[in-house]
Design a protein around this ligand. Structure first.
Ligand code: ATP
Ligand code: MG
Length: 404
């Protein structure tokens, strides 16, 4: 077997060595092996272990680690190492999937072969074993994951229809990994993705949304969106009024879900927008940003004043709005420059940014109550027209003129 170096951080390596000394199998597995083989530094190191969860917990605590019993019933404990948390999960099989989303039960067989067989795609189903010298690794690849990495192919482990029926979320995951890695989907897997998408009805909207967010924030968002259409998955993601023709130039946008999603939902009728956003189960803040960006109106004129008014209306979203608009073919480059210049100049565009506040107004004779708000609004209008007027002296003078 080939011995290869992997960029495994020292503290993770030393945990693997401890397991080895205790005669427990411990294998980095899944995404970290895939990424390492592709030359991408893995974000986290998941380890499949042959010990049962209670034993994993006892052993790691005995070696002095802090251990969190994250999901004992699934076999997972999280070991806190100097190089970050490492999830150690007992090798397991998953029983039937009568509900099409969760295994009916898991059994801890402690066999790596079982653990690799339950994984979704060949490129995600490889493990690595630390060699005796404690430096290099041997790759354990039972399903041709390395060849599929070479050929840039996403392929199910085992029979695609069976695997995608067991857990329909894998349909979204298949699209996600294809666009994240820039891979093709194997024809048999593609056929099964088409046939099994309806299973998403049984998957929670939250889990679908998480996959969708990763698809839109990938390097190939346009390809992701067209796959969602071609595979008939869009009704499970954005059910209302999305057209395959006009998603806009998503890849020209920053890697930000709100911006990219707003580009997809650009200028759609309010009722459709609301329905799509409801299904995505986002935080209020994200949903609000998408709503503003998707239904944003650009001024018909381009001037320093319209740039300031746009900032007043959209706040921090003024520039993203122009970026989304430009992904749809309008060319607001000049307005964009004016907005940037206004931000750089620190122009006041909101009442709290005025050089004067309500207290000061009252101290200068504005009666308490409604009049204070009205005066602040009038001063803001003045300052929006003439940004250089935003000084305390100038505004006090203005107040005096207005109340005299
Ligand atoms: P990423 O870097 O995007 O997190 P990842 O491969 O680590 O990629 P995860 O979603 O974190 O992806 O899952 C970790 C591993 O667990 C996968 O590589 C895969 O082997 C397995 N896995 C996760 N979800 C499923 C699933 N629904 N069905 C089968 N295997 C799964
Ligand atoms: Mg992961």
């Amino acid at each position: 077997m080939k011995h290869i170096p992997l960029p495994c951080p020292p503290a993770v390596r030393s945990l693997l060595i401890q397991f080895k000394k205790a005669a427990v199998g411990a294998y980095p597995v899944g995404g970290c092996v895939r990424d390492a083989l592709m030359g991408i530094p893995p974000q986290d190191w998941d380890v499949a272990v042959t010990s049962v969860p209670e034993e994993t917990l006892r052993l790691c605590e005995g070696w002095g680690y802090r251990v969190i019993p994250t999901g004992l019933q699934h076999g997972t404990v999280t070991v806190l190492t100097a190089d970050g948390p490492v999830e150690c999960t007992t090798c397991r099989t998953e029983g039937g999937y009568s509900d099409g989303r969760h295994p009916d039960g898991v059994s801890f067989t402690g066999k790596l072969t079982d653990d690799l067989s339950r994984r979704d795609f060949t490129v995600n189903a490889m493990a690595a074993e630390l060699s005796e010298n404690g430096e290099t690794f041997e790759i354990i690849d039972l399903f041709g994951g390395q060849a599929d990495l070479q050929n840039k192919v996403i392929r199910c482990v085992g029979d695609p229809h069976t695997r995608l029926t067991e857990d329909a979320l894998r349909v979204m995951r298949g699209v996600r990994f294809a666009v994240k890695l820039g891979f093709d989907i194997h024809p048999n897997t593609m056929a099964a993705l088409k046939d099994c998408g309806h299973g998403l009805e049984r998957i929670s909207r939250e889990r679908i949304s998480v996959e969708f967010q990763k698809i839109l924030c990938s390097h190939h968002p346009e390809q992701g969106v067209s796959l969602l259409f071609d595979l008939g998955l869009m009704p499970h993601v954005l059910p209302c009024g999305i057209s395959p023709d006009g998603p806009g130039k998503l890849s020209s946008l920053p890697v930000d879900f709100a911006t990219r999603c707003a580009c997809l939902l650009w200028q759609m009728p309010e009722a459709h927008l609301a329905e799509n956003l409801r299904g995505l189960k986002l935080s209020n803040e994200t949903a609000h940003a998408i709503r503003l960006l998707a239904s944003g109106q650009l001024p018909s004129e381009t001037s320093p004043l319209t740039a300031r008014l746009l900032r007043k209306e959209y706040g921090d979203l003024a520039l993203p709005l122009l970026i989304v608009a430009s992904a749809h073919g309008t060319n607001p480059a000049e307005l964009q420059e004016l907005v940037k210049a206004s931000i750089a100049a620190g122009d006041c565009v909101r009442i709290p940014e005025l050089a004067i506040d309500g207290q000061t107004l009252m101290a200068h004779g504005v009666p308490k109550g409604k009049a204070v708000g009205e005066m602040l609004a009038a001063l803001l209008s003045l300052v929006l027209e003439n940004p250089e007027e935003n000084t305390k002296e100038r505004l006090i003078k203005e107040v005096q003129t207005r109340i005299s």
